[in-house]
Design a protein around this ligand. Structure first.
Ligand code: SAM
Ligand code: DTB
Ligand code: SF4
Length: 347
């Protein structure tokens, strides 16, 4: 495999620490794509051993954090993300809904907490929230937080003022994924740019909200492009507190429905590489668990994943039943983690 990878010229200056004087030369990138690709090239056992060492230096390797997802506004989305069943352009059968009322959100959050989740993530199929939606979503943050849950939202692109409004309501995390390497991105999404995503992440950081940012593998990208995604994430300054690694859920009616399945070991490798390059992050084994057997999930945990989406549904697709997850945890001697502060504070 080639190692002559170049770092894409994307403007990450808005994500660098504000304490760096503006006339100082930019800090060197922590991870070149070639260095990340070299990790992928390690023998599987060596890669997992290295990932385990990094993981155990910072975390209890028997603890996994549980996040539950709720789709607060489903389908009918104007964006054209090729993987997504919620795009209006997809022929996936997902029905568009209005924004969910607060009482239904609260009931779902209560149920998630009763099942043992510590973080509640609310997702909306929006390009970005409209101003008229902001009062409703900030009320949801306040309500869910009052139950003692960590809150996360993923609402699409945010303006600086919207990020600040969410922060003022007490939002703990904002999820906004880079999704892929910049070189692959344009073949999956055309309605917003990579730079748009970096700008939103900059606004979230500036507001002091913890960043949850990851991507999807198994979309037909090359290994070098997977390394490119991880390098982008690991070079964010600081890197995200939470890193969801999604395996493509190939939904009939979406442009990526017939993508050949990724080798399961390659997915495990991606988790290991994320763990090594972002040692303090919560690395989440995210979408795609339903399609994995339990041995593969155990390998992902061994490779340094320490968070999962927990509950029978992701946004529109299914996730393993909570009972099955509890049984798997028992078989592996894994315990669910209680609420904990973010791995490192936002600047
Ligand atoms: N509309 C908002 C946005 O795109 O930022 C938030 C919701 S969107 C569904 C959140 C993330 O879900 C996407 O960025 C993508 O990484 C992931 N996702 C969506 N469909 C997926 C699929 N079929 N398989 C795996 N991950 C998927
Ligand atoms: C993330 O990275 N994965 C989650 C969450 N962030 C919002 C979403 C996965 C969605 C999978 C497809 C679906 O259920 O619609
Ligand atoms: Fe819309 Fe988000 Fe799906 Fe893209 S990933 S189509 S922005 S809901």
């Amino acid at each position: 495999m080639t190692t002559a990878a170049t770092i894409a010229t994307i403007d990450v200056s808005s994500l660098r620490r504000t304490s760096v004087p503006s006339n100082a030369p930019p800090a060197p990138l922590r991870w070149s794509v070639a260095d990340v690709a070299a990790l992928y090239e390690l023998p599987f056992m060596d890669l997992l051993f290295q990932a385990q060492q990094v993981h155990r230096a910072h975390f209890d390797a028997s603890e996994v954090q549980l996040s539950t997802l709720l789709s607060i506004k489903t389908g009918g989305c104007a964006e054209d993300c090729g993987y997504c069943p919620q795009a209006a352009s997809a022929d996936s059968g997902v029905e568009a809904t209005k924004l969910m009322p607060l009482n239904e959100v609260m009931a779902a959050a209560q149920a998630a907490r009763d099942q043992g989740a510590t973080r509640f993530c609310m997702g909306a199929a929006w390009r970005s929230p409209k101003e008229r939606d902001m009062d409703c979503v900030t009320e949801m943050v306040r309500g869910v937080r009052s139950l003692g849950l960590e809150t996360c939202m993923t609402l699409g692109m945010l303006q600086a003022s919207q990020a600040q409004a969410l922060k003022d309501a007490g939002l703990d995390y904002y999820n906004h994924n880079l999704d892929s390497a910049p070189e692959f991105y344009g073949s999956v999404i055309t309605t917003r740019t990579y730079q748009d995503r970096l700008d939103t992440l900059g606004h979230v950081r500036q507001a002091g909200i913890n960043v949850c940012c990851g991507g999807i593998v198994g979309m037909g990208e090359s290994r070098l492009e997977r390394a490119g995604l991880i390098a982008q994430l690991a070079n964010l300054e600081p890197y995200p507190e939470s890193v969801p690694i999604n395996n493509l859920v190939p939904v009939p009616g979406t442009p990526l429905a017939d993508t050949p399945l990724l080798d399961p070991f390659e997915f495990v490798r991606t988790i290991a590489v994320a763990r090594i390059t972002m040692p303090l992050a919560m690395v989440r084994l995210s979408a795609g668990r339903e399609q994995m057997d339990e041995s593969q999930q155990a390998l992902c945990l061994l490779a340094g994943a320490n968070s999962i989406f927990y509950g029978d549904k992701l946004l529109t697709t299914s996730n393993p039943q909570a009972d099955r997850d509890r049984q798997l945890f028992d078989r592996l001697g894994i315990k669910a983690q209680g609420a904990r502060p973010a791995a490192h504070p936002a600047p």
